[in-house]
Design a protein around this ligand. Structure first.
Ligand code: SF4
Length: 574
């Protein structure tokens, strides 16, 4: 049976193996590299949705394949595929160049095969995206599963008459673009499954384990993610997953939280196959105390020893930490205050106080948390160089308050590369103290291939020059690094290595600035090419070592018997 749909995940920049780009700290605080090789979690829900309805779907993480093997020939690989349709994600905007380039290659070898785009950025830029000849369809909004199922059905049957009835679909006919209304917005997500067994089944079906790997170091650190919610109650000004952004690109007016019993079942199922850290994506507290209590009621049936991360959008009630400590013995927490300044935090769209934050951290640590991570950002509305510097003093104060507890771990990174399209700051930059220097999709495609993150940014702040923003980010990262070294959160050796890397990264940024002053384009590009080795080396783990983000002393175990059982059981049902 022919594959109905191949879902392709492109690298952020298609020819990253040739280009010299100092991506810097853009991806330091997520598991993937600056190539953003981690495919969207929606690939899994769409693949599950379609395959449970009898369709054959394959996920191909092209970005991972290209990153893991320098000799991997992406073009040859694409040429050999032969599905009824290709799906390409353009979810987060940094993928704009890579996704478009991959779609161009797909069309080169598969002229008659439809290409479907989807994801937040595809939805936002749908008009511009449809101008590319190779793009045949876009599914808009955040609930693509059912529209995609209907579209693949129409493609398989050749019934173009049904296209006008498929919700959320943008399509072309005779050079005319049709834009069906977004009427499919999942309200309770009951039809959505984060069933990781799909991955195992894929390995057996296509004899290809590499194409399904989520990110570069996953076999060493096989963390799995379970989203709690679609949408968000909050409206942080630069966030593409905020309330305003969801409404703008997908018509969603309120978030949908998942059934807590189902969340627990999914964690149980994952743990049966892979004993490794689980990250609950989204704040359970955002759906009220009853929801939190329900989650912990069902979670009592989980193994107490599992390694679990919870994230908060604001400091929770202490009762959360009590319930978590009562249920699990290995819990990590994280929260993003963005700035130490309550004023700046408020401009961002978050209104909790420093007092609440500090007491919450202390209570969580006293309740036995394995770690508490705090995430700060630079480039925020109204944020000056001095304010960024003060982040270090603020964290020192928390360290002193907690008795230099090594389980408290602060991090900082820039709001980079982009203010997200659809966010309040992107739509109304002046109100938040920004000048937007790139607005269209084409401008962002051009931006992402610029030689360093300083030139990639799509905004300028009216409170700090871009040069100062770069300097202050690296300096604050160095300050936090010293604090973590002092507390014992990281070893002295790691602290020294981080410091050395940050200093070298600053030097590479300065070298790029000098090269950018060269008027002659050819010699400028030659010199940039010579920096390739350095930009590669100092674009990873710049503001901190990536391993600092991992669950402390995590353990992992693949239960191969269960994995093989799932492969066979599931594949015989499909
Ligand atoms: S950054 Fe703010 S708006 Fe965006 S998902 Fe987090 S809490 Fe919601």
């Amino acid at each position: 049976m022919k594959t109905d749909l191949v879902l392709l995940h492109a690298p952020s920049v298609y020819d990253f193996r040739k280009k010299s780009i100092m991506f810097g700290p853009m991806s330091d605080l997520v598991p993937s590299t600056p190539i953003f090789e981690m495919y969207p979690i929606g690939f899994l829900t769409m693949a599950n949705y379609l395959s449970r309805r009898g369709m054959k779907v394959r996920i191909v993480n092209l970005a991972y394949r290209m990153l893991a093997d320098n000799n991997f020939d992406a073009e040859k690989f694409i040429k050999a595929l032969d599905p009824a349709a290709f799906g390409i994600d353009l979810h987060w905007l940094p993928h704009c160049q890579g996704s478009i380039e991959v779609s161009r290659i797909v069309k080169k070898y598969h002229h008659g095969t439809p290409i479907i785009f989807g994801g937040f950025s595809s939805s936002y830029f749908y008009k511009e995206l449809m101008e590319f000849d190779q793009v045949d369809y876009i599914i808009k909004g955040d609930s693509a599963e059912e529209p995609l199922y209907q579209l693949i059905g129409a493609i398989r049957s050749g019934n173009r008459n049904s296209l006008k009835d498929i919700p959320n679909l943008v399509w072309k006919e005779d050079d005319k673009i049709y834009d069906n209304p977004i009427t499919n917005i999942s309200r309770d997500l009951s039809e959505i499954d984060f069933d990781y067994r799909f991955m195992f089944k894929e390995v057996l079906k296509y004899r290809d384990i590499k194409s399904i790997v989520p990110f570069i170091d996953w076999f060493r650190y096989p963390i799995t993610t379970i989203p709690v919610v679609r949408g968000c109650n909050n409206d942080c000004c630069g966030c593409g997953g905020s309330r305003s952004a969801f409404k703008r690109f997908g018509g969603r007016t309120k978030p949908s939280f998942r059934d807590p019993e189902k969340l627990v079942d999914e964690i149980k199922m994952i743990q049966k196959h892979i004993k490794a850290p689980v990250f609950l994506l989204g704040d359970l507290n955002n759906n009220g105390n009853e929801y939190v209590r329900d989650f912990f009621k069902y979670a009592k049936s989980l193994d107490r020893e599992i390694q679990i991360f919870f994230e908060f959008f604001k400091p929770p009630d202490n009762s959360f930490f009590d319930m978590a400590a009562d249920t699990f013995s290995n819990v990590c927490y994280e929260i993003s205050p963005d700035s130490h300044s309550e004023d700046i935090r408020k401009k961002m769209g978050k209104s909790f106080s420093n007092k609440d934050l500090k007491t919450s951290i202390k209570y969580a640590l006293d309740s036995g948390a394995v770690r508490f991570d705090l995430y700060f950002m630079t480039g925020l509305p109204g944020q000056t160089k001095e304010s960024i510097d003060e982040t270090v003093d603020y964290c020192k104060d928390i360290f002193e308050y907690t008795g230099w507890d090594s389980r408290f771990m602060p991090f900082i990174s820039p709001m980079a590369p982009f203010l997200d399209p659809g966010s309040r700051a992107f739509e109304n930059p002046e109100k938040f103290g920004y000048r937007l220097i790139r607005r269209t999709l084409k401008e962002h495609i051009e931006a992402i291939t610029m030689p360093s993150w300083k030139y990639i940014l799509n905004y300028e702040s009216m409170s700090i020059s871009t040069d100062d923003l770069v300097d202050a980010t690296y300096c604050a990262a160095m300050g936090l690094n010293r604090l973590k070294g002092k507390s014992g959160g990281i070893s002295k050796e790691l602290m020294a290595a981080n410091q050395e890397r940050i200093i070298r990264a600053q030097k590479v940024m300065a070298e790029i600035d000098d090269i950018m002053k060269i008027k002659d384009r050819v010699s400028r590009e030659e010199k940039l090419k010579d920096l390739k080795e350095k930009t590669n080396k100092y674009s990873l783990s710049t503001v901190c070592e990536k391993k600092e983000l991992e669950f402390p002393l995590f353990s992992r175990r693949f239960n191969w018997i269960e994995i093989i059982k799932s492969m066979l059981g599931r594949s015989s049902r499909a």
